[in-house]
Design a protein around this ligand. Sequence first.
Ligand code: GAL
Ligand code: ZN
Length: 673
Amino acid sequence: MSVFFGVDYYPEHWARDRWETDAKLMQEMGLNIVRMGEFSWAKFEPGEGEFHFEWLDEAIALLAGHGIKTLIGTPTAAPPAWIIEKDPDILPVDSQGQQKGFGGRHHDCQSNVKYREHIRRLVTAMAEHYKDNENVVGWQIDNELGNSHEDLCMCDSCRHAFQQWLKKKYGSIENLNKEWGTVFWSQDYDKFSQIPAPKVTPTMHNPSLLLDWKRFCSDLVVDFQKLQVDIIKSICPHQPVTHNLMGLYDKTDYFDLASDLDFASNDQYPTGYYFTPPGQPSYEISACLDFIRSVKKKNFWMMELESGPTGGAFIGRMPRPGQLRLWTLHCIAHGSDTIVYFRWRTCLFGTEQFWHGILPHNGVPGRRYQELKDTVAEMVPVLKDIQGIVPKAEAAILFSYDQNNAIKIQPHHPELDYIEQVKKYYDSFYERNIPLDFISETEDFQDYKLVIAPLQFLMDAALEDKLMEYVKKGGRLVLTMRTGVKNRNNVCMGDMPLPGRLGGMLGIKIEDYDCPLGLTVKLEWTGTGIKDPGQEGVADKWCDIVTLGDAKPLAFYRSEYYKDTPAVTVNSYGAGKAYYVATEPDKHILGQLAELLREEAGLESLGESPKDVELTLRKGRARDYLFAINHTDCGQEVRIDRMWKRLDGCRENAFVVGGYGVNIYTRQSDAGQ
Ligand code: GAL
Ligand code: ZN
């Protein structure tokens, strides 16, 4: 298995006589892979059935002459003008009923039959053309599916496809009426053909319709991708297929989307967009990386890693010295085995002329080139040892697109957001250097000592059983506010007090609740009462008013009419324990909870570090590697077991990590011992 480092390369943006220089510079930098072609439909097929692959053939061959392989992107995120002219219905329609125009990218309706025919023709020709090319190592389907689509398309074709999807799900219109509760506001349908796509209405749509629409949109994207996966797999089964996902972006269910891929890829721009300086917080990037590893429980490629300032009309910050190395090592530490930088050289024209690449506009290598060249040289030997060994955590967060969609439709509190909530729990473990995986509902929980399942708003008997079984067998489970409120059709359940059947396992009952709009509710963490009693904090966004059954309180509200009632509880159940967090505690209280969970579940922490300095472990065949990543701009000290030695041999101040620095520590691996 070779170790790949590479760039996103667009030879069609540059004069032919520059290609050789580019390839040489890439080779000197240690690069050996490029992704090409993902927006070049008009060059591949300037008119229907007129294929021109010679330019890419030439680029592939020239790069191969410098030891550089190619991964080809199918260019279906950018249907050319001639296709839109021929079949204008391909342009998507927004929720106002307005058709979008040609001129950006992703101006496509993914259910459009004619568009799919165009895709079938092109992708078949591409796969046939490249199936025997030994320099082509794989395929990326389309580009960032779901991006720019928002709620996709509400055209007649999509509406019809939605109706078919509903018919398959509900069988009869009577059943749909019953499940959705269409008796409310006279929304009873006589036939599926009456059901709308959720275009803007004078008031609000039925929440059941909205949730099904979200699921339909996700399924449509998965199906759209599968069309191309199937073509490529039937023609070139030996070439792996991937797609560039976008971390915790939520338009498509990535567990579903990735199930059709050989491996997942991710795009990461740590400075974020120019309007959110100084960029994404480090815990958030770590969460995204852990999530992408988790969608397939497999190491992944970074298909686009920022290599210069981001920009459009405005321009983001220049990556500080050390940051390009840091971002690279950060990705590797969380399970990325291949890094591809976006992009090689900053384009002179087009929408992204200020979205910078490694090389500046003039193409002369500078500081960023040199830093990445050194980084590649440093990391190749490490990757050889760790490649393919998947980092595995002892604890996991249950992640559900369904819960996210349902909460988005009715957030209760204007600031309540499922993904933000997930990130808060993630952060409380991240700060303690306790690794986490993400799992979907369909995975085996039993692999983990602790499962954190925030906001399980939608519930069914199967999930209830699975959660109870997990705890009964010894698992530690955290459930939170708004668990078990609704059935899967987004309809409230009224046959038991909240949180339904799970109340037995949790040892609590919820008979009342408060959305504390404009209020600060006081919270006190008392813990198990042995250590650190009396930590003060704040309960935010939602307060379940809990009646204790067998559960023991861990925290209390200290204001409002529910003052002195429990806000966090724990109950022993079978061989395990079930925790309930009835509110959104502030960071400090969440930290207390994380400490308790670490202790009670027996989780290993990798050591202690200051804020924004993380410790992350990759196991290797010969050695283990502990990455101490300092996301801040000044030197910081980490406290880790002294058995770890610096990989670079440095002994003086061995436990100080410089600003934007990463220290790699190693020890002999278990396997190597
Ligand atoms: C990504 C996209 C790339 C490029 C990059 C910079 O979202 O996949 O094609 O547009 O952002 O804007
Ligand atoms: Zn459409």
